[in-house]
Design a protein around this ligand. Structure first.
Ligand code: ADP
Ligand code: ZN
Length: 525
């Protein structure tokens, strides 16, 4: 890498205006850009739409050499490059869609030093001749977009992403890295930093709270009727309905059409031209509702999406949050409505049957988190943000659980029992085991650890497993317990929990939803 001269601040603002036409940096963009220009490793965790791209695009303009941008999606790559070219920036890409001669031209341009940004697909990056070529180029830094693809715990794992570090090392010492992602649970974040060996990186993380989005979960019952009713109530508004299968997408798009809703399908099985046409129709307001698989939305920047509906239960909270995040980009309110049934979870688990064991286990845990989220009567925002490692103290007032709170019960004694159970079992177990010990149930694990002779064993036998799991999860949310970052699923006691054991005080918790009951009650009305 070439040693960089740091341009004065005024230059950056000037460039921002001159090239991109923006008068101001957004949030911490400028700090991030400065950090990259200084040649430090940088880790950016910001929600979709926050303006992450600029954080590597601008430094690429002011630093000598070419910035390598690793990006997972070929379609998006072309979009970004086209956009940059329209701004008059020499950006190019290298991926499997190029012919041999086009590839050679791109490489020649890069080596000659004219290219500011070179977008590369991870699978091209690992090719022998790409590596050889990169050795001849002058590289300013490497940007790794969608860095969560590195982690098996993310929602979009790409094995090739794991080879990136090795390739960068191979390029010679001192090439700085900027990694960017919109989805980082603490676990994924840790994976990224570990895998890219950038423990020294400056981390820029902004809140993931989307205050203008309303979250709601409804039991998946009479779903078609509920959907039609909802969409009709939101006439002429733009919305996305996500379904899990292509077949379902077609079916629901058709259902909406026969109900006079301007709806179109979008999924990977459609002819690319039709898909593009439907996407454009949605962007240009010739259609109101796009019914889609999760293939839709990556890189789509439509500001006025007023609702995002999950017709089927999503596979993970990360995915769900990413998808709901496409609502309300303009800052006006957006509704996020999810239909949930445990049957969906079971069905999704079955799909995972043929996957390798670790992947299957991971998927199962992600699904379980999804089910817990849906079942819980705790403020949705609090749960979501907690999932992303943020503490949200108060209830938000802008979700279904806040609008229609369930009755709370005094849980001081039970919380105390739960905390003691975690302490007495040595802070090495998960929710299920802790619940089993509390209830005084026996299984080979309990016996082999001798937990059946702990003082706490059976102290919570008045409640069932569902009660204890729910209580433990709420105790996690309240910060009395904490997830072990090293060992997934293991819970430990937090300082707040130790304080509680010393000085127990009133604590009101809620019972989980019982959607079967709720549906029954509704039917009786
Ligand atoms: P992300 O990658 O974080 O999802 P993008 O980089 O796609 O977000 O940016 C989202 C939108 O914000 C884009 O339309 C981009 O042009 C715009 N944007 C980024 N930075 C600024 C800025 N400083 N001022 C105005 N608009 C900006
Ligand atoms: Zn809330």
């Amino acid at each position: 890498a070439v040693k960089q001269q740091v341009p004065p601040e005024a230059d950056l603002k000037g460039k921002l205006k001159e090239v991109f036409g923006y008068g101001q940096f957004r949030g911490v963009q400028e700090d991030i850009i400065q950090n990259v220009i200084k040649g430090h490793n940088t880790f950016v965790i910001m929600p979709t739409g926050a303006g992450k791209s600029l954080c590597y695009q601008l430094p690429a303009l002011v630093l000598p050499g070419t910035a390598i941008v690793i990006s997972p999606l070929i379609a998006l790559m072309k979009n970004q490059v086209d956009q940059l070219n329209a701004f008059g920036v020499n950006a190019q890409f290298l991926n499997s869609t190029l012919s041999k001669s086009e590839m050679n031209r791109v490489k020649r341009d890069v080596i000659s030093g004219e290219v500011r940004l070179l977008y590369v697909a991870p699978e091209s990056l690992t090719k022998e001749d790409t590596i050889e070529f990169l050795h001849k180029a002058t590289i300013s830094f490497v940007a790794i977009d969608e860095a969560h693809c590195i982690s098996e715990w993310g929602h979009d794992f790409r094995p090739e992403y794991r080879k990136i570090r090795g390739i960068i090392d191979n390029l010679g010492s001192g090439v700085p890295i900027i990694a960017l992602t919109a989805t980082a649970t603490p676990k994924v974040q840790q994976d990224i930093q570990k895998n890219l060996q950038m423990d020294d990186a400056s981390v820029f993380k902004t809140s993931f709270n989307r205050t203008n989005l309303y979250y709601e979960v409804r039991p998946k019952h009479n779903t078609k009727k509920q959907l039609i009713q909802y969409v009709k109530q939101h006439k002429d508004q733009a919305g996305i309905v996500y379904c899990l299968s292509r077949k379902k997408v077609e079916e629901i798009a058709e259902l909406l059409r026969v109900n006079d809703v301007r709806a179109l399908p979008y999924h990977a099985g459609l002819d690319p031209q039709v898909r593009m046409r439907n996407q454009d129709a949605f962007l240009h307001e010739e259609c109101d509702v796009i019914v889609a698989t999760i293939a839709f939305g990556m890189g789509i920047d439509k500001p006025d999406v007023r609702f995002v509906i999950h017709y089927d239960t999503p596979k993970s909270i990360e995915g769900y949050y990413q998808e709901t995040g496409r609502g309300g980009r303009d800052g006006l309110d957006g509704d996020c409505l999810m239909f949930y049934s445990y049957d969906d979870i079971v069905k999704l688990e079955k799909f995972n049957k043929d996957k390798p064991v670790t992947e299957r286990d991971n998927s199962k845990l992600l699904l379980q988190e999804m089910a817990n989220y849906a079942d819980s009567a705790v403020c949705r925002r609090k749960q979501l943000l907690h999932y992303f490692g943020e503490v949200f103290e108060k209830d938000c007032g802008f979700c279904d659980n806040c609008r229609h709170p369930k009755e709370r019960f005094e849980a001081q004694n039970e919380v105390l029992l739960a905390l003691k159970a975690v302490v007495q079992t040595g802070e090495r177990f998960g929710l299920d085991h802790t619940a089993t010990v509390l209830m005084g149930m026996s299984n080979p694990h309990v016996v082999s650890y001798g937990h059946n002779s702990l003082p706490i064993y059976g102290e919570g036998k008045d409640h069932d497993a569902q009660f204890w799991r729910s209580l433990l999860r709420q105790t996690l949310l309240n910060g009395l317990l904490a997830k072990d970052v090293e060992n997934f699923g293991v819970i430990r006691i937090a300082q707040k929990g130790l304080d509680f054991i010393e000085n127990p005080h009133s604590m009101k918790l809620t019972k989980d939803h019982n959607y079967d009951e709720e549906v029954k009650v509704e039917q009786q009305q």
